[in-house]
Ligand binder design. Structure first.
Ligand code: GMT
Length: 367
């Protein structure tokens, strides 16, 4: 049984683990959440089931008790479906709810918690949530982190033994992310060079830096190019305004939410990710799997994915000129471009291989 947040990379990873466990390995998988997993098109294969969490609205509560409702419904599902493993994505509130559900059911169900980043670096580290996060990690039977960087940050923050946490990298489904996907020609009829950014446009992703870096690259290489901004979020209006101030609105397409991300990535020439923090950086892996070179900040788990100058480019957060220089070099040197693209593809396919990573989770479930 898996439960997860309804948006973001963690939901995508949760869905792909469950899908692969059901379709490729014959397990019976129950997804539990407020909505079916993100990017899930509407149908489940026969071994996949979805259970919506119902939260009773009651005026006495200032805040509706989602975690308690989740724990109660998980405990029912444990009994109804004879569940062996509950895999929670995010320590808070999911790992806490899973532990409560196990206690309520009285069954020897195994609890696995995957830490994705903000549950540790932002929410969990906050004094109001510190103790409960630490508790969630302590009581979970197995805990995984999506990068070495996040594993180390968790050990440091909570003083947890390093044996308690196992690093299991994220992965993407090669069927949806590969270099042979059809290009979206209608978006680029003139065949311009395309720089792409995909995120939820929250401050942690530094989306305004995307505009600044694109402006710098355009000024440097003086070739017709376009920036595609994919996604929606709180800094969208500020990005539109900044593009206007820099007089580059005609070269920036704000695409919004788009379902066929793989085709967009395969149609682009470079992916920009100037985040302030990124425990893994799933979008960067998606780009590399599509053969699109990535220029990203040297933060969190990104240096585990990208070797600067070999499988992509890294720059220090906020040092946008460094990103401009590296992108300009990439675009002006065909041999370098081909090498980075091939190395990036190879790195993504081998180190983050879906079959190998799902096997690591399966092993953990059976341990
Ligand atoms: O940070 C987000 O925008 C969403 C969040 C999520 O729930 O998907 O992302 C975190 O988990 C992803 C999947 O493991 C990672 O790829 C992201 O790097 C991580 N975000 C941060 O660490 C800021």
């Amino acid at each position: 049984m898996l439960h997860y947040h309804r948006v973001g990379g963690s939901g995508i990873v949760a869905y792909e683990i469950g899908r692969s466990m059901a379709e490729d390995r014959g397990h019976e998988v129950h997804f539990v959440g407020m909505e079916p997993p993100f990017r899930f098109g509407g149908t489940f294969s026969e071994r996949m089931h979805f259970h919506k969490v119902e939260v009773k609205e009651y005026p006495v509560f200032d805040y509706q008790p989602y975690t308690l409702a989740l724990a109660s419904q998980l405990s029912e599902l444990i009994l109804l479906h004879d569940i062996d493993v509950i895999h929670s994505h995010y320590a808070l509130p999911h790992a806490v709810a899973a532990h409560l559900a196990k206690e309520i059911s009285g069954k020897p169900v195994k609890t696995v918690a995957t830490l994705h980043g903000t549950d540790i670096t932002v929410v969990g580290a906050h004094p109001t949530m510190r103790n409960i996060t630490c508790y969630a990690i302590r009581v979970s039977n197995r805990v995984t982190a999506v990068s070495d960087s996040l594993k180390e940050a968790t050990i440091k923050e909570f003083g947890i033994s390093k044996n308690k946490i196992r690093k299991i990298y994220n992965f993407v489904n090669p069927k949806h992310f590969n270099p042979d996907l059809p290009r979206v020609k209608q978006l680029n009829p003139k065949g311009k060079k395309i720089i792409i950014h995909i995120s939820n446009l929250r401050p942690v992703k530094s989306p305004l830096d995307v505009i600044e870096i694109f402006y710098g690259i355009q000024k440097t290489i003086r070739e017709e190019m376009e920036l595609w901004v994919v996604g929606e979020g709180p800094l969208l209006s500020a990005m539109i305004a900044r593009a206007g101030e820099l007089d580059i609105s005609n070269s920036v397409k704000f695409i919004g939410i788009y379902s066929n991300i793989g085709s967009l990535l395969a149609s682009a020439d470079c992916f920009l990710l100037p985040s302030k923090q990124e425990s893994f950086g799933l979008a960067a892996l998606e780009a590399m799997m599509c053969g699109t070179p990535v220029i990203a900040t040297r933060v969190g788990g990104l240096p585990e994915l990208i070797d600067d100058g070999s499988t992509g480019f890294l720059f220090d957060f906020g040092r946008n000129q460094e990103a401009v220089d590296k992108a300009s070099e990439l675009f002006q040197n065909e041999q370098l471009y081909a090498r980075i693209r091939e190395n990036g593809l190879e790195r993504a396919r081998t180190k983050y291989d879906m079959t190998a990573i799902v096997s690591q989770y399966e092993e953990l479930y059976l341990l």
